[in-house]
Design a protein. Structure first.
Length: 140
């Protein structure tokens, strides 16, 4: 699909372009997000980029009340926690990302199995802009 090398740098450049990309083994068609250089299923090394649809379901989550400094700078703290989770994509792979659109202050209201769709969070402006991978519950 893409001519970029399979690397973390390329993966995050795709995120900047609002594309969720993984790698696919040409031998057994196993998918990985983030991408891998070799297949852990068949041990093949012939991998290529594969664009994910961005739909999945919440497999696990945690609500963080005391976060790292960069999250505190974004306004998250004990009174304003955030949620991060493991999303099982419809294509099969699992990916860790922020979970938006849920009440992180009330973890019991968040349900494993909730259908999610990809969202790309933009923070900052110009050369300082950072794009992050996130998911939110799908609109019903």
């Amino acid at each position: 699909m893409e001519e970029r090398p399979l690397s973390d740098i390329s993966y995050y450049k795709f995120i900047d372009e609002e594309k969720l990309m993984g790698s696919e083994c040409k031998k057994c068609e196993e998918l990985y997000v983030p991408p891998r250089h070799f297949c852990i299923k068949c041990h093949g090394s012939d991998m290529e980029w594969h664009q994910m649809e961005g739909n999945g379901k919440l497999a696990a989550f945690t609500c963080i009340f005391i976060g790292p400094p960069f999250m505190v700078q974004q306004g998250f703290d004990r009174k304003n926690p955030y949620c991060t989770g493991v999303v099982e994509l419809e294509e099969g792979p699992r990916v860790v990302a922020r979970i938006e659109g849920v009440d992180a202050g009330d973890p019991e209201s968040i349900k494993v199995g909730t259908p999610l769709e990809v969202e790309f969070l933009h923070r900052g402006e110009g050369d300082e802009e950072v794009v992050s991978l996130a998911f939110r519950p799908t609109a019903s």
